[in-house]
Design a protein around this ligand. Structure first.
Ligand code: CP
Ligand code: NVA
Length: 327
């Protein structure tokens, strides 16, 4: 099965077999990297990374993966291109598609990355939009597979803001791979109905469940994975913090939650995380609301159950697999 020439915009566009192949290929590339075996599978090609939002992991993962594959890499920062201001998405896509073999885009609306892909004539990879963060899910699933040896039948619980890019993409990914997905949060933060409907149909075929649950005790019982994300995402106004904290603090991942899930459960987070007061924003918000941490407490984040840095490393191996498979 080949996905050569195809863009990687959202998991809905891929079959369970294709996703599974990408995860297995990532594991193979990870092993090669660990053993120092060269894998310059895209020698001589060039890629461009378009970032309209900040990034540490995604940018570095694309850059290092690009170099490992033998490619030239151009990075364009949020202020560094004409796109949107002086040049349409369509024109930008047509220009970049003539110079590069692949384009990564991180930004706001999913429509932008879809439009880039429509006109570029080369594969476009979604490095995060408001709606989806598909490369992150591949890294998450590689991490789960490394830990549990399988994906099918795993009980995955996402706590917090489940209606943004991470919650949406995890729900899709879980449905595709036969993972039981639970969104444990205030009902205001459940993924939207249209996407949920699509996922329920996929889940019916793969034999997984999709559950929305406001009761923490019920949701985390028998969980294999407890996952969360920031409560206010990039591009959202800082004024929403007050409401988010009021509504999502009951869904903070803390020791009690992990205890209810059991000692075999792992903790995951795409990062960056507000688990202490060592960041400017984290400290400011924690001080304002009298908290020590936001979506996850520091004792959970730094515990043995936490696999967050393995998950972060896996961004690179999985992005490498996406590029090598589509170029
Ligand atoms: N998880 C993730 O996408 O991190 P960055 O924002 O640092 O790329
Ligand atoms: N939901 C977060 C994910 C960061 C990787 C955001 O969009 O800011």
């Amino acid at each position: 099965m080949s996905i050569k020439g195809k863009s990687f915009l959202k998991l809905l566009d891929f079959t369970p077999e294709e996703i599974s192949d990408l995860i297995d290929f990532s594991a193979e590339l990870k092993e090669k990297k660990k053993q120092g075996i060269p894998h310059r599978l895209c020698e001589g090609k060039n890629i461009v990374l378009l970032f309209e939002k900040a990034s540490t992991r995604t940018r570095c993962a694309f850059e290092v993966a690009g170099y490992d594959l033998g490619m030239g890499v151009t990075y364009l920062d949020p202020a560094g291109s004409q796109m949107g201001n002086k040049e349409s998405i369509e024109d930008t896509a047509k220009v970049l598609g003539r110079m590069y073999d692949g384009i990564e885009y991180r930004g706001f609306s999913q429509d932008i990355v879809e439009e880039l892909a429509k006109y570029a004539g080369v594969p476009v990879w979604n490095g995060l939009t408001d709606e989806f963060h598909p490369t992150q899910i591949l890294a998450d699933f590689l991490t789960i597979k490394e830990h549990f040896g399988k994906l099918k039948g795993i009980n995955f619980v996402f706590m917090g803001d489940a209606r943004f890019n991470m919650g949406n993409s995890l729900m899709v990914g879980c449905a595709k791979m036969g993972i039981n997905f639970t969104a444990c949060t205030n009902k205001k933060y459940f993924p939207n109905k249209e996407l949920t409907q699509k996922c329920l149909e996929i889940a019916k075929e793969t034999g997984s469940t999709i559950i929305f649950e406001e009761d923490v005790d019920k949701a985390v019982k028998n969980a294999d994975v407890i996952c969360t994300d920031v409560w206010v995402s990039m591009g959202e106004k800082k004024e929403v913090w007050k409401e988010r904290i009021e509504e999502l603090l009951p869904y903070q991942v803390n020791k009690e939650v992990m205890k209810k899930a059991g000692e075999n459960a792992i903790f995951m987070h795409c990062l960056p995380a507000f688990h202490d007061k060592k960041t400017t924003i984290g400290k400011q918000i924690c001080d304002e609301f009298g908290l020590e941490a936001l979506e996850v407490t520091d004792d959970v984040f730094t515990s043995k159950q936490s696999v967050v840095f393995q998950e972060a490393e896996n961004r690179m191996h999985t992005i490498k697999a996406v590029m090598a498979s589509t170029l």
